[in-house]
Design a protein around this ligand. Structure first.
Ligand code: S3P
Length: 444
């Protein structure tokens, strides 16, 4: 039947209180899923993938490679078969590649496509088209790439073929895995060696996966180097559950009295485990069980029980290791005893939303004393009230405020939640199964 109104945005309402229990497996790692498509497509031979994240961001990458001529079967319950075309096998897509909300797709593809023999345009939604891209286009230009941005350095990115790229030595001014990965992927097509130094460790999935596909990558200290002109050989990949999605449940079970939850098969790569370290510093009860290695990525089952959290000054070196988890860590801080201080996290201002401002506004709406600073936030723990908050279309903000309801004195309504599907399809069902009193419906 036709509805009389156009469908509006998705809204969550979550009852205040409750606890989380049981065992659950959150969807596959988003960062690794993107890279599986990229490297599987460029490899020689067939790559079988399991645990692939069927979220809109990684599906945007998958669609982009299909449009460049790669034959990919699936996804079928997280399974994919990628028939790799080899390093020189991509073809010009029929039109611009639409990468939706996905910054990882755009920044990594800018590098990977800079060395191809065809022109291509990368575009996205309003949020992605307003995020900074010079951080990749400038070093790529130093390698000889021709990439046009808007006057303000944003997408659409128009990539034109030129001569052969040349390797560079690049010291990144910011700790960014997307910039590092973009340059390493361009480096595959460059003459000579490409070296990237990072000011602090960032997620190293690209380096690990390149090695898994048989491509030599040298890492000495904070400097990662590879030589262009090699080949990738297909391999099978089992992608662990995403610690960034597990983070919502780590915080939820920690703050909600009576909780006891087991999160299965979570990736605990040491460049991603800041959320565990920070929560433990705050007094959380998190155990790593059954630690194992899955194709070069460490994995464990995480047991989390409720605990009394205390405010901390978060060490700056943990920030890049937990960069996507701050929205929900701010919620943990709001439930802790005393003050939590976050510094050195200015990158949060240029994520899918300005996560410092949007989280501070939402927490204030719920009666929490949270003061945004240029590079972080100061949060005074105490009670959380009910109320209505706006996620600004940011998936992690929407889920963070849903989790906050576990400690709220009245229901919370979260607006603009459609983008939860970019990273965590099935969030509402999984959270409901664990005990969250969450409903979703469309605004009229
Ligand atoms: C990602 C790197 C991070 C992270 C993003 C995914 C990746 O961004 O915030 O969600 O897969 O490389 P930066 O490298 O820009 O910090």
């Amino acid at each position: 039947m036709k509805t009389p109104y156009p469908a509006g945005k998705l809204r969550f309402t979550i009852g205040g209180g409750g606890c989380l229990s049981g065992r659950l497996r959150v969807p596959g790692d988003k960062s690794i899923s993107h890279r599986a498509i990229m490297l599987g497509s460029l490899a020689r031979g067939t790559t079988k993938v399991s645990g692939f994240l069927e979220g809109e961001d990684s599906l945007a990458t998958l669609t982009a490679f299909r449009q460049m001529g790669v034959d990919i079967s699936g996804p079928d319950n997280g399974h994919l078969i990628i028939r790799g075309v080899g390093m020189a096998g991509l073809r010009e897509p029929p039109g611009p590649l639409d990468l939706g909300n996905s910054g990882t797709s755009m920044r990594l593809l800018a590098g990977l496509l800079a060395g191809q023999h065809f022109p291509v345009t990368l575009s996205g939604d309003d949020s992605l088209n307003s995020r900074p891209m010079r951080r990749v286009t400038e070093p790529l230009a130093q390698m000889g790439a021709h990439i046009e941005t808007s006057a303000t350095g944003t997408a659409p990115l128009c990539i034109r073929p030129g001569g052969m790229l040349s390797g560079i030595n690049y010291a990144m001014p910011i700790a960014s895995a997307q910039v590092k990965s973009s340059l390493l992927l361009a480096g595959l097509y460059a003459q000579g060696e490409t070296c990237v130094s990072e000011p602090a460790p960032t997620r190293d999935h690209t380096e690990r996966m390149l090695r898994g596909f048989g491509y030599p990558v040298r890492g000495v200290g904070n400097r990662i180097c590879l030589e262009g002109g090699g080949e990738l050989l297909s391999t099978d990949l089992d992608i662990p559950a995403d610690i960034s999605s597990a983070a919502f449940f780590l915080v939820g079970a920690s703050i909600a009295e009576g909780s006891d939850l087991l999160l299965e098969h979570v990736g605990i790569n040491p460049t991603r485990d800041g959320v565990i370290n920070i929560l433990r510093m705050m007094g959380a009860d998190i155990q790593l069980l059954n630690q194992r290695d899955m194709g070069g990525e460490p994995v464990a089952d995480l047991q989390v029980r409720s605990a009394r959290l205390r405010g901390v000054k978060i060490p700056v070196d943990q920030v890049p290791l937990a960069i996507d988890e701050f929205p929900v860590l701010f919620v943990a801080a709001a439930c802790a005893e005393g003050e939590t201080i976050v510094t050195g996290a200015e990158e949060l201002r240029v994520k899918e939303s300005d996560r410092i401002q949007v989280m501070a506004d939402g927490l204030n709406r719920l009666g929490v004393t949270a003061r945004p600073t240029p590079d972080g936030m100061v949060i005074r723990g105490g009670g959380i009230g009910g109320g209505r908050v706006d996620s600004h279309g940011d998936h992690r903000i929407a889920m963070a405020f849903s989790i906050a309801a576990l400690r709220a004195s009245a229901p919370i309504q979260v607006d603009d939640c459609d983008n939860v599907n970019t990273s965590f399809p099935g969030f509402v069902n999984l959270a409901t199964a664990a005990g969250l009193a969450i409903d979703s419906y469309r605004e009229r």
